[in-house]
Design a protein around this ligand. Sequence first.
Ligand code: UD1
Length: 355
Amino acid sequence: MSSKLAVVVGARPQFIKLSPLLEILRGKIDLIIIHTGQHYDFEMSELFFDQLRLPSPHYNLGIGSANNTIQTGRMLIELDGVFAKENPAAVVVIGDTNSTLAGALAAAQRNLPLVHVEAGLRSKDKRLPEQINRVVTDRLSDLLCCPTQSSVRNLEIEGIVEGTYLTGDILYDLVEKIKPAPETAAAIVRKYGLQPERYFYLTTHRAGNVDNVEFLTMLVSGLHRLPADIVFPVHPRTLKNLVESGLYEKLKAIPNVKISQPIGIVESLGLTQLALGVITDSGGLQREAAYFGKITWLLRDETEWIELADCGAVICGGTKLPPEDFDWRRRFSPGADYFRCAAPSIAALILQKLV
Ligand code: UD1
């Protein structure tokens, strides 16, 4: 039997989540890292491999950008070739991107055992590409590593019980592993011309938001009302839409907004750690913020991280910015067993059950 474990990644959040898992699996099994090329700019890909000291991928499929179907289709063709050549004992996919779905489908079609890290998360909106990717990936998976109790329950409701394990959130491992020391975080904050606890950390990239001119207009016309500085690293999708809609110059002119290129994970954790609060539509940043005790105003109607919404760590603000008098300093607790490292359990399950 093959002793190779293939891991498919392709988008920025997957490089981040790969890091704690690799650290534990390295030396225990022959790892084949396959980068689909979904994200390809230096700031969206290589920067993360550098900062997290990840080994260069064994394969970079160079797929690049396209609509969801075409992008996924191109990945499927290339992944099938790699799986045929390497014949791994199992395939790991992470999260909910098109690279996740393509890895899952290509593995399933070759009858390769499939591991899904971050299984069981659900949105009420089935039109979201991420929701489509999650539902199909979970249905095809043999080992489902769930980050939260609510994700285990979601799978139960869908009749998926076998192979389901509560492992915890691998982003917690990452934060524990690489969170900058307080003085490093303070230096990062100073580098952006900010003062600790006196700024908001803003990111937005979800297609449902940033492909919509009304959302971008709301953002650009409302940011000046927030009662502190705002640091805003701009995702390439968001930048493209801001430029095309003529709103980018207006954004640049807002006095309390400091825009930047997409930033690395070390800078991002530094900015999160010392922010007054986080405003985002990111799935990952809301958890990183919670791990630092910071409140997230989520630019969405719902979150897949139910426990964080229930305890007040995440406020679903839809497409509105927070009110000026919002209390950012409230304390919250999602429960004692919420903060736990996931990578050791995930690695143990893979090694015991699949390879
Ligand atoms: C993808 C994921 C999303 C995840 C996000 C993290 C899907 C369906 N969406 O969204 O779940 O939260 O990654 O960032 O998989 N672009 C560049 N350079 C790059 C990458 C993208 O310029 O390196 C631009 C291109 O114009 C591209 C657009 O960004 O068309 C969107 O990229 P894409 O990978 O399709 O989706 P994301 O919005 O990044």
